[in-house]
Ligand binder design. Structure first.
Ligand code: HDD
Length: 715
């Protein structure tokens, strides 16, 4: 595994094609053996191990500036973590537009197909603190910054297209409710507690998002297998001033896939960094994650043509009604050099837009436009956070703001106000690229209220639930049962069952039984409509590929080399990572073949892989190895998690003996033959077999063997 401190940048971005990389290279220093320790005022230090004392055993001396500097800096190393989305990982990349959309927007970044716009993308969980685990059940943040030539454009989105609440004034309430409870700071990084469900049960507008977070979307397999959504309706403005509503979409080329809950729970302990490590390693290996970027556009005059309000962030625009037009590709291809200055100090702000893009009146978005700038002031220590390298735009910044904490820029020139006699930093008209909000007639009565259609909180919740496949529905029932099972107040149970019954009676019934509530009467008025785009299993927007998947190859010394080497080659060709798991760190050997091990049986579990291959081998020691508890557990666990399993040679007979749950034992049918039953693939003998590799790869591309019935263990 690669996750170790890299002192030199992975690519030489000082001279690379990425303009943001080149800019940041000016602020990056390579730390290597040629660097003496120096104080902050530049003086090299001869001793950093012992403080200056009055005698060997005497008290420390105040004159020891090196001690004071070192300790004092350490004392102040922490800054407040983000109040939400505290845990995250970010990656550099680029955006390339393939289809210009001048009919919708004048934004150059969405019109100039010759540009390679640098991007920085931070993934996050919402509720957990910075040290929590990656695989918890939660919404994932998907915050993208485009460093355009016209300034920074931030889409601060999520992997779920809707939100819990409609009005920003409710944000502190929803976040306080889902975060750990105030009296005991329990539980960390999960909504499985009374306060969260109390809030959901008392706030009907959360119904739609509540279903998404109880679905598989909230436990993604990988950052690279999640959607990104801008969530709100934004506005695109073209050169003639014509306005369109727009929703921004990022669709992963690897498809949208998830962990199963049992796996997510285990991984939270086995590898809390599962997602960030997966992406970090993929980038180091040159397997760059890619998303198609799309826009879902509605002309302004059609604003009221829908039975939901485009300004309501708890609603999506079904793709069945308005297709997404895909116009570009976003690729992540470089890891950060240092976490804190880049990932921790990046300050995304929804109000960072560029000419050609504007805000809608979505009350959630309007509130966010205040909140993000405001939070950075306390998080990053003042209003000059835009001068931190990761936040600097690529274009030069001139204005008349001055001073404040941590000011970096030195301006030469006499004026810091406008108008001034030098015509120094001056406004520019839109024709020269100046941002100007389009003139829009606005009228209304001063009122604390919401649009009429905002109060329909059930229709899209039903649409989402109806659109799920049976497997996904089952997962949701168990997600509700887990979360509500951790809620003690039965009043909350009652209210949630009532809410679920408003959405779908069958869902309410199953959850009620699992949490010990009476089954409610069937009063649901489910409209029965479905969207063809929402399911992860059979949705139209889904893609299936073996790329980016990991196969654990479990073996001992004296393994059968032919099938192992052939499978390794086939997996590599399919874009799948093959990882050798052996009895020790270092390598395993068979005859003249030596393979490096990426894991040992102690350092990984089946949960680290998308499929398991147990190779056969020769000799008694090999048979003893196969019969260890670790190996038997790995295969049974992978089986229960509905992952493809492959065995060959002596491991075939072993597999028949260890009895997989559900009594699967594909027929043994002769040397070199391949058989498959419920996602278990066997290869008789020790020969190489293209069919063996192909069968496994095809299964891998389908993500899971859903038809394998394993009761509810995987849910
Ligand atoms: Fe937010 C961070 C996404 C509503 C206030 N939010 C934050 C991040 C993401 C989102 C991805 C992490 C950014 C990063 O990686 O640094 N937030 C959303 C989405 C929302 C949303 C998709 C609804 C559509 N947020 C929202 C509201 C408010 C905030 C309504 C306040 C009124 N969000 C914040 C914040 C954070 C933040 C407190 C914490 C750290 C930060 O901004 O930089 O200002």
């Amino acid at each position: 595994m690669r996750s170790k401190l890299t002192l030199k940048p992975a690519v030489d971005y000082a001279t690379g094609s990425n303009a943001k990389g080149r800019q940041m290279a000016n602020y990056t220093q390579v730390v290597d053996s040629g660097c003496p320790i120096r104080s902050y005022f530049g003086v090299a230090q001869a001793d950093t191990d012992s403080s200056l004392k009055a005698g060997q055993r005497g008290p420390s001396l105040l004159e020891d500036y090196h001690f004071r500097e070192k300790i004092s800096h350490f004392d102040h190393e922490r800054i407040p973590e983000r109040v939400v989305h505290a845990r995250g990982a970010a990656f550099h990349g680029e955006f390339v537009l393939h289809t210009a959309i001048p009919e919708y927007t004048s934004a150059a970044v969405l019109n100039d197909t010759s540009r390679r716009t640098p991007v920085f993308l931070r993934f996050s969980t919402v509720a957990g603190s910075r040290g929590s685990a990656d695989t918890v059940r939660d919404v994932r943040g998907f915050a993208v910054r485009f460093y355009t030539e016209e300034g920074n454009w931030d889409i601060v989105g999520n992997n779920i297209p809707v939100f819990f609440i409609q009005d920003a004034i409710k944000f502190p309430d929803v976040i306080h409710a889902v975060k750990p409870e105030p009296h005991n700071e329990i539980p960390q990084a999960q909504t499985a507690h009374d306060n969260a469900w109390d809030f959901f049960s008392l706030t009907p507008e959360t119904a739609h998002m509540m279903l998404w977070t109880m679905s598989d979307r909230a436990i993604p397999r990988s950052y690279a297998m999640m959607n990104g959504f801008g969530v709100h309706s934004f506005i695109l403005v073209n050169a003639e001033g014509k306005r369109h509503f727009v929703k921004f979409h990022f669709k992963p080329k690897l498809g949208v896939h998830s962990l199963v809950w049992d796996e997510a729970l285990k991984l939270a302990g086995q590898d809390p960094d599962f997602h960030r490590r997966d992406m970090y390693d993929a980038i180091e290996d040159g397997n760059y994650a890619e998303w198609e970027f799309g826009v879902q556009v509605v002309p302004e005059e059609k604003e009221h043509d829908f039975d939901f309000d485009l300004l309501d962030a708890t609603k999506l625009i079904p793709e069945d009604l308005v297709p997404v037009k895909y116009i570009g590709t976003l690729t992540l291809n470089r890891n950060v050099s240092e976490y804190f200055p880049e990932t921790e100090q990046v300050a995304f702000c929804t109000q960072h837009i560029v000419p050609g893009i504007d805000f809608s009146n979505d009350p959630l978005l309007q509130g966010r436009n205040f909140s993000y700038f405001d939070t950075q002031i306390s998080r990053l220590g003042g209003p000059n956070f835009n001068q931190i390298p990761i936040n600097m735009p690529l274009c030069p910044v001139f204005n008349n703001q001055r001073d404040a904490m941590h000011r970096m820029t030195i301006n030469k020139g006499g004026a810091n106000y406008w108008p001034n006699r030098f015509d120094a930093p001056h406004p520019v008209p839109p024709q020269k690229g100046g941002f100007l909000s389009e003139p829009l007639p606005v009228s209304g009565t001063n009122i604390r209220a919401r649009g009429e259609k905002f109060s329909d909180y059930l229709s899209q919740a039903q649409l989402f639930y109806n659109s799920m496949s049976d497997v996904e529905k089952k997962h949701m029932v168990f997600a509700f049962s887990f979360e509500l099972g951790k809620v003690d107040d039965t009043g909350i149970h009652e209210r949630i069952v009532v809410r679920l019954n408003e959405i779908d009676h069958s869902l309410a019934k199953q959850v009620a039984v699992n949490i010990g509530q009476p089954v409610p009467p069937n009063t649901t008025k489910n409209h029965g409509k479905k969207s063809a785009f929402l399911s992860q299993i059979d949705g139209k927007a889904q893609s299936f590929t073996p790329k980016g998947r990991k196969v654990g190859i479990l073996l001992y010394d004296e393994f059968d080399t032919a099938p192992v080497l052939a499978l390794q080659t086939a997996l590599k060709a399919a874009g799948t990572m093959a990882m050798i798991v052996g009895p020790r760190k270092g390598s395993v050997t068979s005859g003249a073949t030596t393979l490096p091990t990426q894991f040992t049986f102690e350092t990984c579990r089946s949960t680290h892989f998308d499929a398991i291959y147990v190779a056969g081998g020769t000799g008694e020691a090999y048979t003893r190895g196969l019969n260890t508890g670790r190996l038997i557990h790995a295969v049974r666990e992978a089986y229960m998690h509905q992952k493809p399993i492959a065995v060959s040679g002596s491991a075939v007979e072993w597999l028949q003996r260890i009895a997989l749950p559900g009594e699967v034992s594909p027929a043994i049918s002769g040397e070199g033959k391949v058989e498959v039953e419920k996602g278990v693939v066997i290869l008789e003998g020790a020969t190489e077999s293209p069919q063996f590799a192909k069968t496994l790869i095809d299964l891998l591309a389908k993500h899971r063997v859903w038809e394998r019935d394993v009761g509810h263990i995987a849910a």
